[in-house]
Design a protein around this ligand. Structure first.
Ligand code: SF4
Length: 117
């Protein structure tokens, strides 16, 4: 086998190895993309199914408040006008003092709502 043939064989082998490794990595990359934070800052959006969220009746959309259960809810109350929300008012998903390291929806609500002072 000449040096030239050996080079071609090595190149082909390297190409196949790289291609197979890349293909094997695709599912892992997809899983990472699905679990990445929904917003900047490394925080995930709060799930309505989170134990703390359920305990406080948090919903992403104030229209979904269970008013039978949460009689303290009053029309006009929103995460966006709650004293406990932080972050940038232009962002739809923002940090909240009640749910550390999670983002709540501007249009959401929970029973810990406090009017902005
Ligand atoms: Fe929204 Fe305020 Fe409840 Fe946080 S404490 S989830 S900002 S209503």
């Amino acid at each position: 086998m000449s040096d030239n043939t050996t080079d071609k064989t090595t190149t082909r082998r390297n190409f196949l190895r790289t291609t197979m490794l890349s293909a094997a990595a695709l599912p892992a990359a997809g899983a990472l993309l699905q679990s990445r934070p929904a917003a900047a800052g490394g925080m995930d959006r709060l799930s309505e199914d989170d134990d703390a969220a359920r305990a406080l009746g948090y919903v992403h959309d104030v229209a979904d408040v269970d008013t039978d259960r949460w009689s303290n809810y009053e029309e006009g109350q929103l995460c966006s006008n709650c004293q406990l929300i932080g972050g940038d008012a232009d962002e739809q998903w923002r940090p909240c003092d009640i749910f550390p390291n999670k983002l709540v929806n501007n249009d959401g609500w929970c029973s810990a709502w406090v009017p902005k002072s």
